[in-house]
Design a protein around this ligand. Sequence first.
Ligand SMILES: [Zn+2]
Length: 453
Amino acid sequence: MSKYFANLDLNSLSPEEICHYMEERLRAQLPYCYTNSEFYRRKFQECGADPRDIKTLEDLRALPIFMNKDQERLNAVESLERDGHPFGTHLCIDPRDIYVTATTSGTTGVPTFTYSLTREDVDNFAPALGHRFVMNGLQYGDRVLFIFALGIYATTISLFGLRSVGGVPIDVDARAGSELMLRFAAQTRPRFMATTVSLAEYLIGKSKGIIGREVGDLKFAGVFVTGEVGVAIPEVRQRLEEAYGCPVYDYWAPAGHAIAITCGSREYLGLHAVAPDLCTAFHDLVDPDTKKPVAIEDGAVGEMVVTSLKRQAAPLVKFATGDVVQLSNQPCPHCGFPGHRARIIGRADDMLVVKGVNIYPAALKKVVESFTPQVTGEMRVVLETKPPRVVPPLKLRLERSSQVSDEDLAGLANHIIKAMHDQLKIRPVIEWAAPGSLEKSTRKTPLFEKRYI
Ligand SMILES: [Zn+2]
C-alpha cells in the first residue's frame, strides 16, 4: 500500500469512501462552529441553514460564502474592540488556549492571524504538513535549510510539520540577508532547502561570491518552493533545477489548509492534496466573479473554498481563499496519487478583464518566461486605471536581458505580442526595463505597477 495520504487510514479507502470520511467530520465540525462562534451562528442564520442539516459535501457546496480575507479582517477588528484579542469573532475557543499563532504575509493588506492553533490542532496538522516532504524523499534526521520571513509569519507553521516527521530545520530568517543564508547552507550541509521561488533564484547569482561555490555544489537532494506561481512555469523550474542540480517541488497550504505538494513528474501535474481529512478545499469551488458553485469534475476551474474538517481554534467555514485553481480528480499519471490535484491559475483579485477576456498575471508571466534568456522573466503589469477592467491595450513592463541589443528589441517585442495573442487572445504593448532594474523581493514579488491614484 502506498502512503499517499498523511492520515494512513485514508490510504486503503476509495475516493467515495474518503468523501464519506470527510462528511463524517463535517457533521461534527459545523455544529461545533455554530455552538462556539457568534460569527458562524449569524452566518448560518442569515442563509437560513441549520448546521445539523449539512450532512454531505453536496450540501456544503450549496451554502453561500461565509468569509473571505476582508470579512476575516472585520472579524479581527470586532474581536479586538470587544474582546481584546486579534483572532476574530470566528474564534471557537478561549483565546488563552491558543498554542501558536501566525499571520498571513500581509502583501494584500493588514495581516490576519489565520494560523491560530491549539495544541491539538498542531498535532493534527503537523503530520500532514510534514508528509509533503516525506513523499518527496525527506528522511528521518535530514537537515532542511528553511529560509523565509520567520517569526510571526505563516511559513513558521511548516516547521512543526518538518519536525513531526523527523526533519531538522535550519531555519534562517530571509531578512538576515544572502550572506548569512549561504554561510549556513555551506556550514550545515542540509539535504533539502525550502524557500520562495524568488529567493531560490536570487541565491543562484550570489553563491559563488559569498561561499566560493555555486548553489549546485551544495548538493541538495531537493528544493521545496512555495508562495508564488513559479515552478508551474516550465522555464522557471528548468532554471532552478539546472542551477541546483536537483528536483524542485511546489508546495502550499493556504490558510493552513489545502495541504499539498507536487510530485517528481517532469510534466507539471499539479499540487497533490495529501490531507483531504483536514479540509474540503479540493471539493468546493466557486466562480471567482459570481461566487456560484462550480461542478467538481476533472478540469474544473474555480476559486477554492475552504471548510475545516477538524480544527479547534479558528476553523474556517465556506472561506473563499481567492486562489483560482484548475482541478484534476484522476489518479496522477506519474506517481499514481489517487486523490485530487490542483494547478494554481492565479489570485481571484489579480484577475484582469481585457475586452471581456479574463487574464491572470501568472498566465502573462508564463508567456514572458518562454522568451528567456532574451528577457530575464521579471515583469510588471502596468495598471493605469483601477482593475479588474483594463482599457486595451494592456501594458507590460518587461526586463530585457543584457544579451539583447537595442536594435533587436522591437523584433523581440513583436514575437512576444504574437505569442500573447496566440495563447491568451490579447495584444499588449511592451515597455522595456533595463536588466536588473525591476526590484526582486525576498518575499512575494509585486505583479502590478499602479499608475493610477
Ligand atoms: Zn504525482
